[in-house]
Design a protein around this ligand. Structure first.
Ligand SMILES: [Zn+2]
Length: 228
C-alpha cells in the first residue's frame, strides 16, 4: 500500500506516528513522509541543522521516502496555489492512504496543513486540469496527533508500537535543536510527554506503547484477527 504522511514540519510525523511509520515499513508498505516546510527558523535551529537532524531521524525510522514541499514556515496558508502543490505530490506518490494532522491545533501551520491536505485529496482526483500527474484519490484519510494543544485525546483506534518505540524515540532524539538545546530544565520534556502519552494508550490495549489515531470517515475491518 502507498502511504503518504503529511507533516507540517520535520519532526511532527516522528512525534505523532513515528512508531507506526516504522511498523508500516516493516510490513512492506511504501511510506512517504512529506514535510510542508523546512521548519525553520526556530530559536535553536537553522536550515542546515534541521536538514541534518531530519536525515538522521529518517534513517532511525527505517528510511521512508522523504520529500519537502518547501512552503513558507510559520506563514503556511491554505491557498489554492499550495493546494495544487500538495495535490500534485499526492498524484506523484499515488497515495492510497493519507495521514494528516488532527484538525485542532494552536499552531497555524498545523491547521493550514490539515485544511490543505483535506482539499488536496479532493483536488488530486480531478481530470481535465493543468495539474501534473494522473488523477489519484486516496481512499482513506487518517488523522494523527502532533497538536500543540494539550488536548484530552479521544482516538478512533490505536496502533501497537511496543516493538517500534525504541526506534521512534531514537528518531525524535535526532532533533536536538528542537527538544534539548537551550531548553534548560525543559530539555527532553516533549519526548517524555510523547513517551508517556504512548504508554497511556498502550495501557488501554494491554501493551507497552500505542499511537492514537482519529478517523472522520468509517474505517472497515476485514475481520477480528488484528484486533487487540
Ligand atoms: Zn510542527
Amino acid at each position: 500500500m502507498n502511504v503518504l504522511v503529511v507533516s507540517p514540519h520535520p519532526d511532527d510525523a516522528e512525534l505523532g506516528m513515528g512508531g507506526t511509520i516504522v511498523r508500516l515499513l516493516g510490513q512492506g508498505h511504501d511510506v512517504t513522509v512529506l514535510d510542508m516546510t523546512s521548519g525553520e527558523p526556530t530559536p535553536h535551529g537553522s536550515e542546515e541543522i534541521r536538514a541534518r537532524e531530519t536525515a538522521a531521524a529518517n534513517k532511525a525510522l527505517g528510511n521512508p521516502r522523504r520529500i519537502n514541499l518547501g512552503l513558507p514556515n510559520r506563514w503556511l496558508e491554505a491557498t489554492l496555489e499550495n493546494r495544487v502543490k500538495l495535490a500534485e505530490a499526492i498524484r506523484r506518490v499515488r497515495a492510497e492512504v493519507l495521514f494528516v494532522p488532527y484538525e485542532y491545533d494552536a499552531h497555524p501551520d498545523h491547521r493550514a496543513t490539515y485544511h490543505l491536505a483535506i482539499d488536496a485529496r479532493f483536488a488530486a482526483k480531478l481530470t481535465r486540469t493543468d495539474m501534473a500527474g494522473e488523477p489519484c484519490y486516496p481512499r482513506k484519510i487518517i488523522h494523527y496527533f502532533c497538536t500543540h494543544l494539550k488536548l484530552d485525546i479521544q482516538p478512533t483506534f490505536v496502533i501497537d508500537i511496543s516493538e517500534q518505540m525504541d526506534a521512534k524515540l531514537a528518531a525524535i532524539a535526532c532533533y536536538q535543536s528542537q527538544f534539548y538545546e537551550g531548553r534548560g530544565d525543559k530539555a527532553g520534556w516533549i519526548p517524555e510527554m510523547v513517551r508517556t502519552t504512548n504508554a497511556h494508550f498502550g495501557q488501554r490495549i494491554e501493551r507497552a506503547y500505542a499511537e492514537p489515531f482519529f478517523a472522520q470517515e468509517v474505517l472497515g475491518l476485514k475481520g477480528l484477527d488484528d484486533v487487540l
